[in-house]
Write a protein that binds this ligand. Structure first.
Ligand SMILES: Nc1nc2c(c(=O)[nH]1)N[C@H]1C(S)=C(S)[C@@H](COP(=O)(O)O)O[C@H]1N2
Ligand SMILES: [Mo]
Length: 231
């Protein structure tokens, strides 16, 4: 075997699957009863901007980079780097919350607004689900309605500098209102679809909806305050 071939970090993946089974980090705190602090329940502020992924960090040359946005849309697109840079840009400052309990505040992102993507591809009425695929073969899913928001973008800069490879450069998704695993790094493809298809973590015990304010961390271990009856 060629040991230069990057491999997935199976130890980390196994640990995170176990956390989903045991419901690690769930507080059951209801944010609405305490006012809304800046940190979602169970989160702590991290120093710096941690890097978290499956352990494979693809090196992507912008010269050969291609992004496909396809599926149930009137105008499917394949953008090369120059096409991407020719799009309108936005800048937005937001907080970022990883399900493993770290959060970072005041990240300044720059990128192409997701609303511009919607305007360009023109989804068909039945295309209400999105599946994101990345160059490390990671996948994650979101409803189109969640991405149709002013703070959602295809980000290519962080803190005023081009996005580093570690953080998903050249281009990653950014969906600040959902846990970090919903924001695919090294974005390769977006498919608009009529049916919901769960992604990498969504089939490994993690929540489909992933709202940090509702502590939607896991698929089967719910919030105490949201559960109708204990299981
Ligand atoms: N392609 C890809 N995107 C990914 C991941 C991954 O493993 N592969 N991990 C997700 C998780 S769990 C988190 S918390 C964020 C972390 O982003 P960061 O490394 O820039 O902090 O990326 C998300 N996007
Ligand atoms: Mo994460």
């Amino acid at each position: 075997m060629d040991d230069k071939t990057p491999k997935r970090d199976n130890r980390l993946i196994g640990k995170k699957e176990e956390w989903a089974r045991i419901g690690r980090g769930l507080t059951g705190r209801d944010p609405s009863s305490t006012g809304r602090p800046r940190l979602p329940p169970g989160q702590r502020l991290s120093k710096g901007f941690p890097v978290l992924d499956l352990g494979i960090r693809p090196e992507i040359d912008p010269e050969t980079w291609e992004l496909s946005i396809v599926g149930l849309v009137a105008n499917p697109i394949v953008w090369r780097w120059d096409d991407f840079l020719a799009q309108p840009k936005i800048e937005d400052v937001s907080d970022f919350h990883c399900v493993t309990a770290w959060s970072t505040f005041d990240n300044r992102w720059e990128g192409v607004p997701f609303k511009k993507i919607i305007d360009t591809v023109r989804p068909k009425p039945e295309a209400v689900h999105l599946l994101f695929t990345a160059f490390d073969n990671y996948t994650t899913n979101l409803p189109l309605s969640v991405c149709n928001d002013d703070d959602v973008m295809l980000a290519w800069a962080w803190g005023g500098k081009p996005l580093t490879r570690d953080h998903g450069g050249p281009v990653r998704m950014l969906v600040p209102k959902r846990y970090g695993w919903k924001s695919a790094k090294w974005l390769k493809e977006i498919v608009f679809a009529a049916d919901d298809r769960p992604g990498f973590w969504e089939v490994r015990g993690y929540s489909n909806s992933a709202d940090p304010w509702k502590e939607e961390r896991y698929a089967t271990v719910g919030n105490r305050y949201l559960d109708q009856a204990p299981r």
